[in-house]
Every structure is written in C-alpha cells, then in structure tokens.
Write a protein that binds this ligand. Structure first.
Ligand code: NAP
Length: 203
C-alpha cells in the first residue's frame, strides 16, 4: 500500500483523538502545516481550544489556500471511554465540523501505572483497555460507518506501541501491552469498506 506523503495532504480533513497533549497535539500542528483541516478531540477542551486557536490564528504558517480564510481547526470534546451513544454523538459533531473526515488518527491512549500484574487493580486494567482498545474501536466504528455511507474513501491510523508487539516485553505494563496487542489485531481484521486501516507503532 502506498500512502500519500505527509507533506502533501492539502485539503484533507483529519480527526485526531488525544489531541490535547503529546503526540496528538504535534500531529495536529504538523498536519495543519501540511494543509489539512483538523478536528482535534480529547477530554480537556481548553487545551484543544488553545491548539485550534494556534492553528487558526497562524494563517501564514498554516497556508490557507483551501478554506478562504475560514477556520482550519475545530475542537470536539470526546471521552473515548464514554458509552457508545455519547461517542457516536461526538463523532457526528466531528464529521459535521467540515462535512466529512478523510482520515482518523486513533491516538488517545492511557498507559496506567507500572505494576506487577498480581498487584494491578481491575479498575485500572479496565480503564487502560477501555481507552486504548474499546475506545479506539468505537471511534473507528462510528467514523468508518460515516466514511462508508459517504462513499469517498478514508483512512484510519491506530497509534500503537512496541510494547504491543510479541517480541517486546515491557515489565509492569500488562494492561497497556495487552491493549496495544489487541489494537494490532483489530487493525489486521479490517471489516470496514474503507480505503486503509494501518497501525503506526511508536517506540
Ligand atoms: N510517547 C511515547 O513515547 C509513546 C510510545 C509508544 C506509544 N505511544 C502511544 O501514542 C499515543 C499518544 O501518547 P502520548 O505519549 O502523546 O500520550 P499523552 O501525552 O499522555 O497524551 C494522551 C492523550 O490521550 C488523551 N486521552 C487519554 N484518555 C482519554 C480518553 N478517555 N478520552 C479521550 N482522550 C483521552 C489525552 O487527552 P485528555 O486527557 O485531554 O482526554 C491526551 O491528549 C498513545 O496511544 C500512546 O500509547 C506513545
């Protein structure tokens, strides 16, 4: 599969989850520089608003040929561990922000604490798996359904980790590693009729 170069994505609309900090925040800035419209999603809405302001106010750097000076980035509050109906509603808002989504970057993630599996509370296991695996599936499901209905293709990129690969052992991260390994397999068993689903592994 040949992907379009990151630097030539003018006019694409990309939804990034976990956009309020870390890698997700940087993906948004970089994609905006490459000419994309950004839907930035996470729980901390004030961080997202500040990111979007940075993109929308910096029209020289984030060249704005596509949008005639209109907003290039929009914040959508999203908790990927919420119930499916709430997630579907967030995806509706994200989709409606620019009328479609060309690519979803499923980046929201939670590592949890470093603990032996014998001492790991089940609440923490559930929170990690719900965020990294179930949440990624639900967001991909609702975006994927809209991509299929719109019949204009689309891509889903799941952000994983080397700790989810079977040749790597990260001590004290049983829930995190299991959830990321699940994300790999979820990516492999592509069931949506969309152009591409890939896992990006971060070291
Ligand atoms: N950094 C690394 O070295 C590294 C290595 C391997 C893999 N990764 C993966 O890369 C991704 C980003 O990592 P990072 O280091 O940038 O993490 P980070 O700085 O801790 O950011 C995590 C992001 O996920 C969001 N998030 C967490 N729980 C969420 C929830 N329930 N609903 C919605 N958003 C949620 C957070 O936003 P809110 O708190 O505002 O919701 C935040 O924006 C993760 O999937 C991580 O597993 C990172």
């Amino acid at each position: 599969m040949i992907l379009e170069p990151w630097s030539r994505l003018e006019g694409k609309t990309v939804m990034v989850t976990g956009a309020s900090s870390g890698l997700g925040f940087e993906f948004c800035l970089d994609l905006a520089k490459a000419g994309c419209r950004i839907v930035a999603a996470a729980r901390r809405i004030e961080k997202l608003e500040s990111l979007c302001q940075q993109i929308n106010n910096n029209k020289m750097e984030y060249s704005d040929a596509i949008n005639g000076g209109a907003r290039r980035a929009i914040a959508v509050e999203l908790d990927v561990t919420a119930d499916p109906t709430a997630i579907e509603e967030c995806v509706r808002k994200a989709w409606d922000a620019f009328g479609h989504i060309d690519a979803l970057i499923n980046n929201a993630g939670f590592r949890g604490s470093v603990k032996s599996s014998l001492n790991l509370p089940s609440e923490e296991w559930n929170q990690v798996v719900k965020t990294n695996l179930t949440g990624s599936w639900l967001v991909a499901k609702f975006v994927g359904k809209r991509m299929r209905a719109a019949a204009r293709g689309g891509s889903i990129i799941n952000i994983s980790s080397i700790s989810g690969l079977n040749r790597i052992q990260v001590p004290g991260a049983i829930a995190y590693s299991s959830s990321k390994a699940g994300l790999h397999l979820m990516t492999k068993s592509r069931t949506c009729n969309i152009r591409s689903i890939i896992t990006l592994v971060i070291e």
